[in-house]
Write a protein that binds this ligand. Sequence first.
Ligand code: NAD
Length: 330
Amino acid sequence: MNKNVLVIGGCGYIGSIVSKLISEKDYQVSLLDDFSTGSRQVASQLAFPLYEGDYGDEQVLADIFSQRKYDAVLLFAASTSVTESLQNPEQYYHNNFFKVYPLLKMMKKFSVNQIIFSSTAAVYGDVEHLPVSELSPLRPKSAYGRSKMMSELLIEDLASQWGMKWVILRYFNVAGASVDQQLGQRNTQANHLMKVCAQAALQQRPKVEVFGTDYQTSDGSGVRDFIHVHDLAQAHILSLDYLNKGGGSDTFNVGYGQGVTVLETIKAFQKVSGVDFQVEYGDRRAGDIGCIYADCQKIKKIGWSAQYNDLEFMAKSTYLWEKKVCKTPQ
Ligand SMILES: NC(=O)c1ccc[n+]([C@@H]2O[C@H](COP(=O)([O-])OP(=O)(O)OC[C@H]3O[C@@H](n4cnc5c(N)ncnc54)[C@H](O)[C@@H]3O)[C@@H](O)[C@H]2O)c1
């Protein structure tokens, strides 16, 4: 029997692609979004039942949950920039942490018993041992990372106490567009490295800045672990299946476990785009983690495996999407 899932933040980058892919499995999707960074074009493209509003608003949630019985919530909605979170921590605690409480409360009231939460590698901060496992201490360096860590704790404590099941997915650096190039990152303000490289290759920005050249890495730039958005979407499908088969609440890293430097990423991007865009070298940026990549063994136990683990494939996927969007801006 099909399960009803509410995807909160489903008109954004990752939420839209996950919504599309889970709808092709045994899940009936409804979307809730406030369109703060999400796209109305995506909402009409997906054509799932859509609720417009704030996920921290109990009345909005009560209206949604009283219209049909939901089996699970996927929570993507958040404010997502590390740098912005240092300038405006209040927004980050407010949107990413405080609103999780009313959501859990309303889920309890309407017997919605499963939640999949989008967390981030930013909860780890600077780590002592690489690859970083789920058991590593959490020492986030930004209000973004801290707000996510606090939400993780809230979900673990309250959802468990209230008899709900949860899966927390700690995403590493998400890249690429859907493989059919129909959905991708539409937010022009997003400042993820691959997005920025694509914009530079397409002359949408003058250069790419490298923040820090004195890290203890092969070329001095930071190290990241990119994961293609399709493989991340697969992790959501498997997490739902896992809970539906009676699996216990758990936390999983979602990355490929391969560190690539910022400079290697830029070079891969220049190669696939054929554009030798300008690169500027600057100081380390506050809140950034120097070097991080995932120990991704644990999630393999729920059947996950990497399909698109190729830096140039991810760069090309990001580049082709950006090219398409900048030709037909919406
Ligand atoms: N993109 C990455 O590399 C990455 C890495 C780690 C974790 N994450 C996490 O993944 C999730 C999705 O990220 P994304 O890159 O798709 O971001 P996004 O900005 O594209 O999507 C967020 C969506 O949530 C909506 N939203 C925000 N606040 C809301 C609110 N209060 N009520 C209702 N809707 C709201 C936005 O309008 C948008 O549609 C976030 O939780 C983010 O922290 C992303």
